[in-house]
Design a protein around this ligand. Sequence first.
Ligand code: NAD
Ligand code: IPM
Ligand code: MN
Length: 357
Amino acid sequence: MKKLLVLPGDGIGPEIVAEAMKVIDHLRTAAGLELEIEEGLVGGAAYEAAGTPLPDATLDRAKAADAILLGAVGGPRWEPLEIALRPEKGLLGLRAGLGLFANLRPAILYPQLAEASSLRPEVVAGLDIMIVRELTGGIYFGQPRGVRELENGEREGFNTLVYSESEIRRIARVAFDIAAKRAGRVCSVDKANVLECTELWREVVTAEAAGRPDIELSHMYVDNAAMQLVRAPKQFDVIVTTNMFGDILSDEAAMLTGSIGMLPSASLNEQGQGMYEPIHGSAPDIAGQNIANPLATILSVAMMLRFSLDRGDLADAIETAVGRVLDQGLRTADIIQDGKQQVGTAEMGDAVVAELN
Ligand code: NAD
Ligand code: IPM
Ligand code: MN
């Protein structure tokens, strides 16, 4: 039987994961989904219980799981801690420890939410972009890093942007394989006009595309890409980019779909193991109020069913159910529009489950 490790985390994490678990529990009882489920600690919750954001037990159980469902980590309570003990380090440790180098962040607009986007409906209608973000390299993990004292007595902070050819090659391949099943267009986003590391990125991605006549590759500097995403987002099919650029561009792309509360993600390693999480954070400003949008987490469960649990049929069912709930006019606060009915986190989860029946 496949194993799922559930890591609710901090802030709204436990609230949104509870709604995703309603969906999973429903599929276990009503659709024959067989799953062994464990729950674990990560982030601030783990720090409070065990003094570290990523206890060995959590990493070991994550390695032994077929799939991991994560809520979100972090919050103001842990900001005074040194970086090594912060909740975010727990998440980064999971990504690195499991080698989850390929982060897929689909920005798909549900047609019902065209008016909820901050852009004009005609700019976003039909939007379907896949952002492929490199997740275990780049400036997030490069050495050396730190803060050092200079001879003149002031301090200097430094991080290192570094990518090896093999790291670039494998993420390019993931992007090409995904694009081959879509419109076949890949836009590689870099800053090759300034940074040597991304000059190499462009060179390696280009070389890798030479063997792929099915792929139409283009390149764009990240500043232009940020602008193009809000000017004419439908020009993109698949975007492949570095860890940090992908982090930023995916939050931007989320707003095209109406809310950051709508974007799921999958993080995959070379063995096909996956971690699934919404792209948003722990939203401390709305935690504990039953107002967070659980749909990004529920849609992450759909990605998990498709990529790790071999149940694409159930993934389709979840995505259809989310569409039907939006058809009913139910909206959490982040996607509310005139004439629609505002519901809380738990009510939204219940509504998705009801539509699965
Ligand atoms: P955030 O994504 O948590 O929140 C940004 C804004 O979006 C807030 O106004 C929040 O209320 C809103 N928002 C986010 N998710 C929402 C949802 N599901 N429904 C409705 N509104 C939602 O980003 P932030 O405020 O910059 O970071 C807060 C904490 O989360 C920090 O500690 C940060 O490090 C952490 N973080 C964690 C992850 C993760 O666990 N994957 C991702 C991003 C940020
Ligand atoms: C994300 C988050 C994380 C990142 C943080 C919390 C480490 O912003 O998953 O997008 O920067 O990757
Ligand atoms: Mn982010």
